[in-house]
Ligand binder design. Structure first.
Ligand SMILES: [Fe+2]
Length: 499
């Protein structure tokens, strides 16, 4: 099973190309970029304090905490990018930092802490970027023996029992104490699977069962975990191509893996440089039966690229549908997100993604319904993950002079109607999560009976804000808002634990 613990990512980052020194261009580009840091978008890719953020109460801007809204918003994202002029090679390679927002009737309290990864520890000690990553070559004299040596634990979080798992995609979940955010270490599901890749986008069925995958070139390891996070079963499946997949979807009966034609062709690090965009190739969507991984169907649609899916469901006739944010090329992941950490944004080159619904028919035909809404970070009601949903929330609205979305929207697939709040050009809008209104507060259990809770980096105020929306009414703006004392680095994904 030794080879199972090695993903193509590790092959790439530990390959012969690692012997090369870090590109001189990083150091050359950094000073001018750093000199401009201040009240602009680059706040979002500035280092957080090495010691994290001590607990502090946010300042209420307006409104009151809605009755029944209580719990913790955990968010993960890269929080450390540079040591002097030595800059990480890609936004996706910043060290993982957890932001924790506790919501009570009294208001919102924030704290933040870096995940204590091997990578973070080694680089803080060296005061240099030395580990290879998604878009970082690393240094030749840095020993890398396992996926978890380079694990940035910076992409998302999953609450499992009293633990919070900080997720990457090329290595193990990192276990944290959900209250203190102190790191307990990588999660090992089975000794022979130590360090095996685990997606940052696991899917949790209404039953609590957890599904994840680990991609290894043209194969994937499928994880099936109990609600308490222990392994129920796992197996390798063959994929139609070694296409990059950051996210996937799971319906009631199927695992659905969209394999985009952004395909690993070499093993020369960094990983993103092994990927070749094949615009003449289809996006291949593999559908695997949850109860028998040998039962599989393959669908094809014209070339498209994506980072994030929403959720999937099955119609009565077996038709599968899922929402996804599709772009025409992987420009942002390949180069745009590399430029960001150097303080560069080329708005003219930005290829924004749009909200789409993909339909997979029982007769083998696939359809793509592409909307005109620019969209990222799609979110649905997780109570019905894998089951029918109408509503998907997403960020959107992009500008030429700075990265990041400035709007939060919902789209209803049944009615075709959208709803949007525009935070304006001084705001970078982060992922918003649906939180259902509990029955004790009069909740009906229906979709959209609840709130969207999300964060926004206010560039003018140089501070991160937390906003609460009525899920069925974004257009009237947030029902309550609070402002932090800090401008925390832009994050990727979170989870909300209701209390
Ligand atoms: Fe993601």
């Amino acid at each position: 099973m030794t080879d199972l613990s090695r993903r193509s990512f590790l092959s790439a980052v530990t390959g012969a190309g690692l012997m090369a020194a870090a590109p001189k261009s990083w150091a050359a580009a950094a000073p001018s970029a750093l000199s401009k840091f201040g009240g602009d978008w680059r706040l979002g890719v500035a280092n957080a304090p090495a010691g994290g953020y001590a607990p502090s109460a946010l300042t209420r801007l307006h409104g009151q905490m809605p009755k029944g809204l209580s719990g913790t918003l955990y968010r993960n994202g890269p929080g450390w990018f540079r040591y002097g002029d030595d800059v990480t090679g890609h936004w996706f390679d910043g060290d993982g930092m957890i932001q924790k927002y506790d919501l009570t009737a009294a208001g919102v309290c924030h704290t933040g802490r870096f995940v204590d990864t091997v990578k973070h520890r080694v680089e803080q000690k060296a005061q240099a970027i030395v580990m290879p990553g998604f878009g970082t070559k690393g240094r030749a004299d840095t020993p890398v023996t396992s996926n978890d040596d380079v694990n940035a634990a910076n992409t998302s979080v999953l609450r499992v029992g009293d633990e919070l798992w900080a997720l990457w995609e090329g290595g193990s979940p990192y276990r944290l104490d959900a209250q203190t955010l102190l790191t307990r270490g990588p999660k090992t599901f089975r000794d022979d699977l130590k360090g095996m890749a685990f997606l940052a986008h696991p899917k949790v069925e209404p039953s609590g069962r957890i599904w994840s995958a680990g991609f290894m070139g043209a194969r994937a390891w499928i994880w099936q975990l109990s609600p308490s996070g222990e392994m129920e079963q796992g197996a390798i499946i063959d994929l139609p191509a070694a296409g990059y997949a950051h996210d996937w979807v799971v319906s009631e009966r199927y695992l659905i893996l969209p394999m985009q034609p952004w395909v690993a062709k070499t093993r020369t690090p960094p990983f993103v440089d092994t990927l070749v965009w094949e615009a003449d190739q289809p996006i291949r969507i593999l559908v695997v039966d949850k109860t028998d991984f040998s039962k599989r169907r393959l669908y094809e649609l014209p070339a498209a690229t994506y980072f994030h899916t929403g959720d999937a469901w099955e119609d009565r006739d077996g038709t599968i549908r899922f929402d996804v944010c599709l772009a025409k090329s992987p420009q942002f992941g390949a180069t745009g997100a590399r430029d960001l950490v150097k303080g560069i944004y080329k708005g003219d080159e930005h290829t924004e993604a749009h909200l789409a619904l993909i339909t997979l028919r029982p007769n083998g035909k696939a359809e793509m319904e592409l909307t005109t809404a620019s969209a990222e970070f799609p979110q649905t009601d997780h109570r019905v993950q894998g089951l029918r949903h109408d509503l998907v929330a997403h960020v959107g609205g992009y500008l030429k002079d700075r990265p990041g979305a400035h709007m939060l929207s919902t789209h209803n697939w049944r009615t075709g109607k959208s709803d949007t709040h525009d935070f304006g050009h001084d705001a970078i809008v982060e992922e918003a999560l649906f939180v259902p209104r509990p029955a004790t507060a009069g909740g009906t259990g229906k979709e959209a009976d609840g709130w969207f809770v999300g964060t926004v980096l206010n560039l003018k105020a140089k501070a991160t804000e937390l906003h609460v929306f009525d899920a069925g009414n974004l257009r009237d703006g947030p029902v309550a808002s609070w402002r932090s004392h800090h401008a925390t680095p832009l994050g990727f994904h979170g989870t909300f634990a209701q209390t």
